[in-house]
Design a protein around this ligand. Structure first.
Ligand code: SF4
Length: 65
């Protein structure tokens, strides 16, 4: 089952841990802030997406059904 990954743009600091670690899920815009490459996130990438949620130091990412 796929899930949706959301980015809290008010919390995100744009330091790029997420899109650096998982370019198949996230890329960056011209200002260095993350954008989703795939939405919803397919089941095959959910473990990686969950890792991104846990790794974000600003708690700016969330996975939802
Ligand atoms: S790791 Fe978190 S704070 Fe950093 S760019 Fe990604 S979403 Fe933003």
């Amino acid at each position: 089952m796929s899930k949706h990954l959301s980015i809290d743009e008010t919390a995100c600091a744009g330091h790029g841990i997420c899109y650096g670690a998982a370019p198949e899920i996230m890329d960056c815009d011209d200002e260095g802030y993350p954008v989703l490459v795939t939405d919803p996130v397919p089941e095959s990438l959910l473990d990686k997406a969950d890792h991104l949620v846990r790794a974000c130091p600003e708690q700016a990412l969330e996975l939802r059904d």
